[in-house]
Design a protein around this ligand. Structure first.
Ligand code: SAH
Ligand code: SF4
Ligand code: F3S
Length: 448
């Protein structure tokens, strides 16, 4: 029996899909090259915006329709929308075979077996504070891997569905994470990205260190800085990244860990959402414009080559033209290297869903375009300043756009395209002198 997993949403979902692949392979299923060939198709869904849910439901409908020509084909749902809709999904997609909540992925192989034995319409949901099953399985690996360290979110921003679907914060034990990454490094992984919704909250809600663990060699006391130190020291790991950040996590210790630990990259994804204080307040983000810019200043002071990226929501309820201009000016002040812009989408049950969605779709689109154009200009100017510099690039192999070239990421997470040289190996860090800049890409030559 072959399987295919179709993934929507964020890195958390990419990671969960990879873990489920590993579990299915271990249970004797084979990965299919394409979805069309697969006997079992699982949709891993996202609930963060209405459009994301519409796509997943559309996809499930199409997949279930293929059962007519392919009796015995199994279609399953996992991820955030599975958790949010519970049994209601079977009203929309009556032919769906199973649906599994965000902390029950370990159950998937047994659910597939139950469906094969004739059961239908199984919903296996998780409760918000249960400890996840099987978080450490990894499928086929390249040299870069995601590792989930913190599940759930306790913050409850006014617009956000994530806490409802991903549950309460739970930090995995540090020893388990270190052992997992050590095993990954032995299998050739060179870069790890530690995942959590407010990833620097790691260890704040439940204990993660135990008696007998060696004290921090740098004298760190905060769990996240200690974890970075431990991961940084794992043999074979050349790069450590983490996402997403929240300004409250930008402590002196974090800045010290980022700037002194040799393998920790000088890049942070720190979603700002808005540059206007009244909007930030209604969003319940827990910081002000000034507080956000102070966090940036601390990071830049410690790391001259630091790159900051972000998420922004346009058209939040009550966002005026003046609020929007505040966002534009903050984005310039913070000098973002990249920005993901999202149009506000009310999510059922969140506080802001009760407020009038008053900006209008046309205006949201306009604001979206304005911010994207601003970001292109900013990215171009920022990247032009890097022309002539040497960037250390983790070589990923052939570039997707032009197979005669290679690409990789700089320490600051910028895409770098360069001419390969005989003998160059994937998964090694190579020095590239930058010769040309585009808004989201750097071009260069391998240093002799
Ligand atoms: N935990 C991360 C982000 C999780 S969701 C953080 O707190 O930064 C990823 C992004 O989706 C968010 O940063 C936000 O910009 C966007 N987003 C979340 N809810 C949204 C909504 N209701 N409408 C539009 N965008 C939303
Ligand atoms: Fe959502 Fe806010 Fe939690 Fe991020 S911090 S996942 S935006 S509630
Ligand atoms: Fe990620 Fe979407 Fe869930 S952004 S946490 S997959 S709601």
């Amino acid at each position: 029996m072959t399987f295919f997993i179709h993934t929507y949403g964020c890195q958390m979902n990419v990671r969960d899909s990879e873990a489920v692949s590993a579990l299915l392979v271990a249970a004797g299923y084979d990965p299919a090259e394409k979805e069309d060939d697969a006997d079992l198709v699982i949709v891993n869904s996202c609930s963060v915006r209405e459009k994301a849910e519409d796509k997943a439901i559309g996809k499930l409908g199409l997949l279930c329709a293929t059962k007519r020509e392919r009796p015995g084909r199994i279609v399953g749902l996992m991820g955030c929308m599975a958790q949010r809709l519970g049994r209601d999904i079977f009203v929309n997609v009556p032919k769906l075979d199973f649906s599994v909540g965000t902390r029950r992925n370990g159950a998937i192989p047994s659910l597939v077996a139950r469906v094969s034995a004739g059961e239908r319409g199984i919903a296996e949901l998780s409760s918000p504070d249960e400890i996840p099953d099987a978080p450490e399985a990894h499928a086929d690996l390249g040299f870069s891997a995601y590792v989930t360290i913190l599940l759930g979110c306790n913050r409850r921003c006014a617009y956000c569905i994530v806490p409802d679907v991903r549950g309460r914060e739970y930090s995995r034990p540090a020893r388990e994470i270190v052992a997992e990454i050590d095993a990954l490094a032995r299998r050739g992984v060179r870069e790890v990205t530690l995942l959590g919704q407010s990833v620097m909250n790691y260890g704040r809600m439940n204990p993660v260190w135990f008696d007998g663990d060696a004290p921090s060699t740098h004298g760190f006391t905060e769990p996240f800085a200690r974890l970075l130190e431990a991961v940084d020291a794992i043999p074979g790991i050349l790069r450590v990244r983490f996402t997403s950040g929240h300004p409250s996590g930008v402590t002196d210790e974090l800045v010290c860990a980022m700037s002194t630990l040799p393998h920790v990259c000088h890049h942070l994804h720190l979603p700002v959402q808005s540059g206007s204080d009244p909007v930030l307040k209604r969003m319940r983000r827990g910081y002000t414009r000034e507080g956000y810019l102070e966090a940036c200043a601390k990071l830049r002071a410690a790391m001259p080559d630091f790159v900051l990226t972000t998420d922004v929501i346009v058209g939040f309820p009550g966002e005026s033209e003046a609020d929007f201009e505040e966002t534009r000016s903050l984005m310039d002040a913070a000098d973002f290297g990249n920005a993901f812009i999202f149009k506000y989408s009310p999510r059922p049950g969140t506080p802001s869903a009760a407020w009038e969605d008053d900006v209008g779709d046309e205006e949201k689109c306009r604001r979206d375009h304005v911010l994207l154009a601003d970001q292109d200009r900013r990215g171009q100017a920022q990247n032009e300043r890097l022309v002539g510099s040497v960037q250390h690039v983790l070589a990923e192999g052939r570039s997707l756009r032009n197979a005669s070239r290679w690409s990789g990421r700089s320490d600051g997470n910028k895409i770098v395209v360069f001419e390969p040289r005989p003998g160059i190996r994937e998964g090694t860090i190579v020095p590239v002198r930058i010769t040309r800049a585009a808004p989201q890409t750097l071009y260069g030559e391998l240093c002799p």
